[in-house]
Design a protein around this ligand. Structure first.
Ligand code: JFB
Length: 229
């Protein structure tokens, strides 16, 4: 699987070289590249934004550098791509979307800034037969650009690719359960910390009892929270 991020801030993606995803890139289980949008801007100032038609606050990303950059991605690669536009107006990202996108050969993230990208860019590429186009939000809150959203989505998607996370057993377990259903509280040594003991059943070695306790604890945890739908 190949990941491409088109961005005016390539440095934003440095953390992908860390931890499990960094290791997966090293052993070529996946690849990641950034494309600097500014290299596709023309004119003395290499400007990528302009004032909005119709007025209003802020700036809008111009369509020309985006068209040139995406055309370049299509020219340099063969086959179909999934082209993702992170946007606060998109469909809210979830585990099902992550699973679906993890089956792609090439994910391309178009990271906007300012007030977003001129709407004609999405309109233009939506009908390209080599492109499956997705407008996706990572949640109902506002951030400053597509880069942070892209990091979140890459992390959720990359860990689903075989060979990326060390323990495929936990992936299998996840795939058989609703999110939250297995989110029981976890403990490690010491058995008592600041007067707080680890639940006795977890020290019992009784795997049936432990399984039941965890299931019940996850249920109670979920019940006490309103942050899941
Ligand atoms: C994504 C972005 C902006 C318009 C633009 C590009 N869940 C999310 N919240 N915000 C974004 C997002 C996702 N995915 C997001 C891309 C861009 C925000 N901005 C800034 C803020 C408000 N309205 C520019």
């Amino acid at each position: 699987m190949k990941f491409t991020a088109v961005t005016i801030f390539p440095e934003y993606f440095a953390p992908l070289n860390l931890s499990l995803i960094g290791k997966a890139i090293e052993r070529e289980a996946l690849s990641f590249e950034t494309i600097d949008l500014r290299e596709f801007a023309t004119g003395n100032h290499r400007s990528v934004d302009d004032s909005p038609y119709g007025g209003g606050a802020g700036m809008v990303m111009s369509p020309e550098p985006w068209g040139a950059a995406i055309d370049n991605v299509l020219a340099k690669n063969e086959g179909e791509i999934d082209l993702i536009f992170p946007t606060p107006a998109g469909k809210v990202f979830n585990q099902r979307i992550a699973e679906s996108l993890s089956n792609s050969n090439h994910l391309v993230f178009a990271c906007g800034r300012y007030e977003g990208i001129d709407a004609r860019v999405v309109e233009f590429y939506r009908t390209n037969p080599r492109i499956r186009l997705h407008e996706i939000s990572i949640g109902d809150y506002v951030i400053n650009g597509g880069e942070g959203a892209t990091l979140v989505m890459i992390e959720a998607i990359a860990r689903l690719i075989p060979g990326v996370i060390g323990n495929p057993e936990s992936l299998l377990e996840e795939s058989h359960n609703e999110i939250g259903e297995l989110e029981y509280p976890v403990y490690t040594k010491p058995a008592t910390w600041r007067g707080l003991p680890v639940p006795e059943v977890l020290l019992s070695g009784n795997h049936g009892a432990i399984e039941n306790w965890r299931k019940e604890a996850a249920r109670k945890r979920k019940e006490g929270q309103d942050r899941r739908e």
